[in-house]
Design a binder for this molecule. Sequence first.
Ligand SMILES: O=C(O)CCC(=O)C(=O)O
Ligand SMILES: [Fe+2]
Length: 559
Amino acid sequence: CERERERERERDRWCRRRLLQELGEQRIPFLSPTDPGFQQLWDASYSGLALRQAGALPEGLHERVQSALTTLRRRGCLLRDLVRVRDRDVFTAVSRALVGQPGCTYRYLDTRLFTIPWHCEEDEGQTSACKALWELNQFFCMDIQQYKNARGLKRKHSESENSGSQEVSKEESGSEKAEKDQMLEEKGERLEKEERKEGEEDSDSGQGCSHSSPSQPSPSSPVHFNITLINYMDPTSMTQLKEEPYYGMGKMAVGWHHDENLVPLSPVAVYSYSCPGETKSEGKKEYEEGASRVKEEAGGDEGTSKEEAEKEKTCWRVGLKVAWDIHTPGLALPLQSGDCYYMTDDLNRTHQHCVLAGDTARFSSTHRVAQCSTGTLEYIQKRCSEALENIHTDPETGTKSLRSLLPATLQHIEDIHNEVEFEWLRQYWFQGRRYARFCSWWSKPMEGLETDWKEMERMTQLLLAVVEDENSVQENRRDMAETLLNALTDRQQHRQTWRDRVVSNSIESYSVWSNMVERYMVEHNKVKNNRLDINRVESNRVKSNRVDINIVKGLQGCE
Ligand SMILES: O=C(O)CCC(=O)C(=O)O
Ligand SMILES: [Fe+2]
């Protein structure tokens, strides 16, 4: 099955390469503010996108936020993540840190990030940095609410005013572009198909922004951003930024993606801070000038010089495209320092976005409502307690035993065991315990989770002893053995994947940790040494001493 999946992935990769080859020098059109029809395109196909220009933020907030971002960077809190893309470990081009609600985590591209809490009590510099980001977060929560309300009202109003005739006609973007469109049409269907695959594989169409939305918030419910993912990149120190492949938008700092793991239909708010280059130092003046810029750009179809269009390219921009659609032109929105943009409604689900690098270094603070029903410390601690309820310690002898041996209970415990090991402990240590250097918040809780995990290893051992005990009178020994073997085989594979990742990336702190805890692990090979023999457990009919899960399955089939 795994081989099958791998073959399919390989096929997808091949298709993608072919289609890009076919596209050759041609590109799908995209519009920038200096292009005719930009605003119409925005209204018609990107209406979930909103720009809040720098001037709209409260006095003083820019300075506090920008100094917070530079402080975090100076203290080494921003690091490139080693994420998993198409079964490979790759470093993100941008350096990142997660700031947010204490105990909250955010998972993307198989990587769980742990928050530096908003209310951080490490040292003064850091405390005020986190506080400024919290303040920005508060502003976004309030402002996006107002924006949503205003939009709702406007929509209602226009609906009642003229029902039906609201379609904004898409302006032709020049005959050249129309011709290009036509040529691309033929290749369109295949590329669409291809893109679908890419999106699934590339990143994030997975868990978070699912198409069914169980906890859909109603449009008017208050927005509570619980985390911000901070990004930083200095393009002058990056030699290998990828070119945006479909539209020719330029160099990408972040490739096309949907944001993962968000509460369905929740908005995202982004603050963009481009560090002043050598010649620019009047940050404040920039905001003031920025205040009238986009309105002019939006309506300013005529009279825009080539120079301006060129200037746009030196700016950082956010790129947007409709997912699975090559007919609608893409959109590239330039961001001046201090500008913010919102992705609202279902924009994140129906569209993909990318970040196009400008000339200077740039930070962004991306505020999100992370789907953290299974991603908080409180959650995992509760799960661990649930598992540990099954262990009983004799108050007199101190001997430990398992309370229930029901396969369903055992399975449940093994699931929790995997969850704490792979989703928390290994994730934490794999990232080089990066937080510990500047934030001690997670150290104690992680120790606690490790203690619980060791106890779970103990439980696995106890179960093993029961299963191996030939004198045991347990009727369901065979079921128990099967549960245990399934769990161990699965865990063993998972551990191997992590070991491989660690070896190929030489993560030192992780190795130190895993060497330390290795002796607690009930390993498949140890089980072999202990000669857990499923056939002996079942009956003496088959004379094999091997632990062989296929035999278990075979026996089951015979029943
Ligand atoms: O930096 C930005 O404007 C957005 C970054 C982004 O898309 C992300 O971090 O998911
Ligand atoms: Fe994003």
